[in-house]
Design a binder for this molecule. Structure first.
Ligand SMILES: *Cc1c(COP(=O)(O)O)cnc(C)c1O
Length: 233
């Protein structure tokens, strides 16, 4: 067995254990393999081990991999910052975008999504830890953004995403994820139908699952440590 194959199995087992602990069905939690900085060969290996959903954070790097892997049916998710000049490439090449945090970006994605394709599946990224440097809509601007995005053609608003400030304390991790869940529940009480909470990474996915994550975004625990080569978008 290769390292990626055995890592994937260990992550799946850990997701199942966290789900059981939380009294949830493991099948309600989707594993998104975060493959940024890793070569197409690594993704192909994960695909052979049964992984079909992959997430990328840098548009040009993603387009290269999408081209290199066009012989296998991968579902591509975009989780990086969305710049205006990259929305067309994103709208044309991805199934999901988890990192929408401004109406202007959502409008561009909506306008540029081909009617031939299924709607682009959208999560709004929320800045739950309110750090100035982090992307994400401010919690007090979320409701207005969600209502507006839900109306846009070519998009399907599915839920919320967050990257909380890192903490080793499970209590702190859970409190952040609980906030995102409460925001999703509040929007649903206002009439939206959001079924997705995209939350939890390699170091905190068990806490995220305990608080209702439906998608966990895991990179390091599957592919190993990343070495950044300087590309930022
Ligand atoms: C890189 C990244 C991840 C994966 O992080 P790991 O700690 O490697 O699991 C998840 N979500 C986002 C938004 C990322 O940028």
């Amino acid at each position: 067995m290769t390292t990626i194959t055995s890592n994937l199995q260990a992550v799946r087992d850990a997701i199942a254990a966290a789900a059981a602990e939380a009294g949830r069905q493991a099948g309600d939690i989707h594993l998104l393999a975060v493959s940024k900085t890793f070569a197409a060969t690594a993704l192909r290996e994960a695909y052979r081990a049964g992984q079909t959903c992959f997430a990328e954070s840098y548009v040009q790097e993603a387009l290269d991999k999408i081209a290199a892997l066009n012989d296998i049916p991968i579902e591509w998710h975009y989780i990086g910052p969305v710049q205006s000049n990259k929305t067309r490439a994103i709208a044309e090449n991805f199934a999901w975008v988890h990192s929408v945090d401004r109406l202007k970006i959502a409008e561009r994605l909506s306008g540029q999504r081909s009617a031939q394709l299924p709607p682009l599946q959208i999560c709004l990224q929320v800045n739950i830890s309110m750090e100035a440097s982090k992307s994400g809509v401010a919690p007090d601007e979320l409701d207005a953004l969600a209502r507006a995005v839900a109306e846009l053609p070519g998009l399907k608003l599915r839920g919320l995403m967050a990257v909380p400030a890192p903490s080793d304390d499970v209590i702190v991790q859970r409190a952040s994820f609980a906030k995102l869940r409460e925001m999703r529940d509040r929007l649903n009480r206002q009439g939206l139908q959001l079924d997705t909470l995209s939350m939890g990474m390699s170091h905190d996915f068990a806490a995220a699952i305990a608080e209702g994550a439906t998608i966990v975004r895991i990179g390091t625990a599957i592919f190993g440590d990343r070495i950044y080569l300087g590309e930022t978008a």
